[in-house]
Ligand binder design. Structure first.
Ligand code: FES
Length: 143
């Protein structure tokens, strides 16, 4: 192998490695957790947001078998959260989370982390659940 060809091959390998690392990092940023349902509340420990380095995640996706769709729980501060039902108001597809927005894989609607529609075809905001915090537990009211 010529030196020039070797360097070119190494360059492509480095680019591929960097791309793969970015891809894996974005996949790893979504934390899926199972929430317990108690008295019509979906309950999630505050510690679910804690990362190994003691910083906080921006959001977690909460599942429970009794829910048809998961709930995306955003953390804005120690006392400020928003809980969004991940059902697209357009035709009911399950939304996907990317950082501070939710996106519909069916027709491309986008929503903010407060559940406000940003791009159609959806013309309604997401269902938002009231959130309270008690004893280090985040309680998402499903009523
Ligand atoms: S179902 Fe979500 S945009 Fe159509």
């Amino acid at each position: 192998m010529e030196r020039k060809e070797f360097l070119k091959t190494c360059g492509y390998a480095c680019l591929g490695g960097a791309f793969l690392e970015t891809l894996l990092a974005s996949c790893g940023s979504t934390k899926m957790i199972s929430g317990a349902i108690s008295n019509a509340d979906l309950v999630v420990p505050v510690s679910s947001f804690l990362k190994k380095d003691k910083s906080f995640r921006q959001y977690v996706v909460v599942h429970n078998d009794q829910l048809e769709y998961p709930v995306c729980l955003y953390r804005f501060s120690q006392a400020e959260y928003s809980a969004l039902y991940m059902k697209c108001p357009h035709q009911g597809a399950e939304l996907q989370v990317f950082g501070d927005r939710l996106q519909c894989p069916a027709h491309g609607s986008e929503f903010s982390s407060n559940g406000i529609v940003q791009n159609g075809p959806a013309d309604a905001n997401l269902r938002i659940f009231p959130v309270t915090i008690q004893n280090e537990q985040i309680q998402i009211s499903l009523k």
